[in-house]
Design a protein around this ligand. Sequence first.
Ligand SMILES: Nc1ncnc2c1ncn2[C@@H]1O[C@H](COP(=O)(O)OP(=O)(O)O)[C@@H](O)[C@H]1O
Ligand SMILES: [Mg+2]
Length: 271
Amino acid sequence: MTATLDSPVGTQHRGAVDLRGVGKVFGRGADAVTALTDVDLRVQPGEFVVLLGASGCGKTTLLNLVAGLDRPTSGSVTVDSGRPAVMFQEPALLPWLDAGRNVELPLRLSGVGRAARRERAAQLLDLVRLSGQARKRPHALSGGMRQRVALARALAATTTNGTTSSPANGTSTDGGLLLMDEPFAALDAITRDFLQGELRRIWQATRVAVLFVTHDVREAVRLVQRVVLLSSRPGTVVREWDLGAAGADREELTEEITSRLREVISTHART
Ligand SMILES: Nc1ncnc2c1ncn2[C@@H]1O[C@H](COP(=O)(O)OP(=O)(O)O)[C@@H](O)[C@H]1O
Ligand SMILES: [Mg+2]
């Protein structure tokens, strides 16, 4: 990992993301909903972490806090990687712009010159294996292709803040952070499977830190180094697995994580 000149001394020892005792309550009084309680979570620079939990346990709430789209009710959220890029279940592309222009958009908004952003967009479309599709508009692309354009655009966004390496530096996004909220959930199983593999390859190529939210245990095990299990609402971290450990048996882990997730859901149902 390359150190950047403009990061203050000592920050390289902090996580890309640091959550300490984070709580989030929506509303007040009798209508108050506690979405998260006492969440401690750290994502290291360049790490790929999957946050797994049942529907409604507060995963999106947590990502919104990390993205700076909302504020915690208690605790602290520290993001050490400039402005993170976010990718959702819907690709949210601008329909009147072609794939290339969609990828360029975050670069344009942050004032990158035309030639530089064209070059960067071309590199990123190449990275997501869409180099031949740059001039196509979203309606002319399949669902999986649209998500790949959204991924390229998110990666473009991670390189637009001041702390990341220069766009000329290949596909590196050192210091970047990508937040993904069930990005493949709306796709068919074959496309999803393919994109999970692609995401791993792209993560290895870019070294961007990823916080990936899913309710799908198989997806979690397939994707990562580290799985963090959230309890049902109010969400809090109940267990972590390090899948990067030598000899980790993914089938066994899938079963173990599934049974823990069931336990967590049934505990919630009884209360
Ligand atoms: N803006 C909001 N106002 C009130 N309640 C909310 C709001 N956003 C989320 N919630 C509630 O917080 C809980 C967690 O939601 P969410 O983070 O979307 O869960 P997940 O993404 O894990 O499915 C749910 O009970 C949801 O209804
Ligand atoms: Mg959600």
